[in-house]
Design a protein around this ligand. Structure first.
Ligand SMILES: [Zn+2]
Ligand SMILES: [Zn+2]
Length: 359
């Protein structure tokens, strides 16, 4: 196993190239995994479309795999030694020396962080490949048997970010209502967590209908089809009609940043907003909105504990929520372009890339 097959973005919006990449030389604390499952995130689509990043790179930053090699002793996030054969996910490796790593203990803000899914193929830091390098400096979460590889992979971006958002907004009281904007993985996972945290009512606005079905199945009290409700005032009225005219106590913006203004319209005065979705152009806040006191938490990435929270949520709530419904299509490595295209056109919710070629 001197090489790994990888799907590589060599130019924006074009077919990915299958390349044979030499396995990296492991240093102290480095881990090599055999990829079991890689799921794609909206950010992969944005990178493929050229919104950020510099080709060539291997996409995929939601990756679960089995350890095939590790150098020197490494422990998981709970301090238990890791060994070959363990199934794991990893946070992005941070430097451990900067202000954010040492003083604030917010390693996700480390300016020296090594991101997955956007690095040169030679570093093997992307999920759309047979093998993945998890360098020293990342925190490792071991995957319990009851969590499948695709769902564990989805915890490595989508669900851990949602967990970070719920931590930021604080406890949800039993009388509080939650409105969720966006029916993608962030929005759907937010439905499950809001339900689990004891919200009185959970509402979701999104599209298409197939995603709304998942929201209903996971406990949303009511859903609104965005495609059939193009006028913003109608959507605001829909939320207010369900919250005694006040607006929701909490709004989770799980769509795109430009929807933030809509979130402010839908939250009650002095309510809380978690803004998780990115992209979609600038967020415009109207002058009258400045007279409405609201708390907005911008949620970007997550700390190592949120990865652990996400995996534990999948394990302990597996009988309450049919999480497998979030994984939409399954593709082999050579079909990664098709998966990205279908993400871009919203035909996919959370596609799974398997580390092998089509027969
Ligand atoms: Zn992501
Ligand atoms: Zn740092």
């Amino acid at each position: 196993m001197a090489n790994a097959l990888a799907a590589v973005i060599t130019s924006f919006n074009n077919e990915l190239e299958l390349q044979s990449v030499p396995l990296p030389e492991l240093g102290p604390g480095d881990i090599l995994i055999k990829v079991d499952a890689a799921t794609l995130c909206g950010t992969d689509t944005h990178r493929w479309q050229g919104h950020f990043g510099t080709p060539p790179f291997i996409p995929g930053h939601e990756t679960c795999g089995t350890i095939v090699e590790l150098r020197s002793e490494r422990c998981d996030i709970l301090g238990k030694p890791l060994k070959v054969g363990d199934r794991i996910i990893s946070t992005y490796p941070s430097c451990g020396r900067c202000y954010y790593c040492t003083v604030l203990h917010q390693v996700s803000l480390c300016p020296n962080v090594k991101i997955f899914g956007g690095a040169h193929p030679s570093s093997l830091l992307g999920g759309c490949a047979e093998y993945h390098h998890f360098p020293a400096g990342g925190s490792i979460v071991r995957i319990p048997d009851e969590v499948t590889p695709p769902l564990a992979a989805s915890a490595a971006c989508a669900l851990r970010t949602v967990m970070n958002g719920f931590e930021k907004v604080g406890a949800i009281e039993s009388h509080e209502t939650v409105a969720i904007l966006g029916g993608g993985p962030l929005g759907l996972y937010s439905v499950a967590v809001a339900r689990d945290r004891g919200a009185k009512k959970v509402f979701l606005i999104g599209a298409p209908e197939v995603r709304l079905d998942v929201a209903r199945a996971w406990g949303a009290d009511d859903v609104l089809n965005l495609d059939r409700t193009p006028a913003l005032p109608d959507r605001v009225t829909w939320v207010k009609d369900r919250t005694d005219g006040r607006g929701a106590d909490l709004v989770f913006q799980c769509a795109v940043t430009s929807v933030l203004s809509e979130a402010i319209e839908m939250v009650r005065p002095d309510g809380r907003i978690a803004s998780i979705g990115v992209g979609g152009g600038p967020a415009t806040i109207g002058p009258t909105q400045f007279f409405k006191p609201v708390r907005i938490d911008a949620v970007v990435m997550a700390e190592p504990r949120h990865f652990y929270h996400a995996i534990e949520f999948l394990a302990t709530r597996r009988n309450r929520f049919d999480f497998a419904r979030i994984i939409s299509g399954t593709y082999t490595l050579d079909k990664t372009t098709e998966a990205l295209r279908k993400m871009a056109t919203f035909e996919e919710v959370k596609p799974l890339i398997l580390p092998r070629l089509a027969n």
